[in-house]
Design a protein around this ligand. Sequence first.
Ligand SMILES: [Zn+2]
Ligand SMILES: [Zn+2]
Length: 150
Amino acid sequence: MRQVFEGHCQCGAVVYRVTGVAATLFACHCTECQRQSSSAFGMALWVKEPVVELASGAVKEWIRTMPSGRKMSCQFCPDCGTRLFHTTVGQTQLLSIKPGTLRDTRGLKPVGHIWVGSKQTWFDIEDGTLQYPGNPESFDDLMRAWSERP
Ligand SMILES: [Zn+2]
Ligand SMILES: [Zn+2]
């Protein structure tokens, strides 16, 4: 089912409207996400077949080379620096929205946690929630858990 995801950066210069199919929502506790979010973990809302419209502003892009060699396009507001989207370069069928930028952030509960090997020790993951010490070999279970969530 296609849905609409609307959000904006912290200063409001970039306002986006993404339509697509939500695939999963997870938290990443890797040190890169800790640094990027300047917090304990980052969150990712994966949207399949995304169509991105910017109602105002334009994003700036920074490319990060991952340990796997793949390149990640990191898109952010050039004025306030809020990170908005991640995509894999050359892969247009999946968009990762930084979900804290959505207009409505209620109900943003991750169905799983990855890179828990580097999570902050004070953060406890709820029993029964998917977790992986590093990058999962497959995201299938994370997508299934999302589709089966109550
Ligand atoms: Zn901004
Ligand atoms: Zn991460």
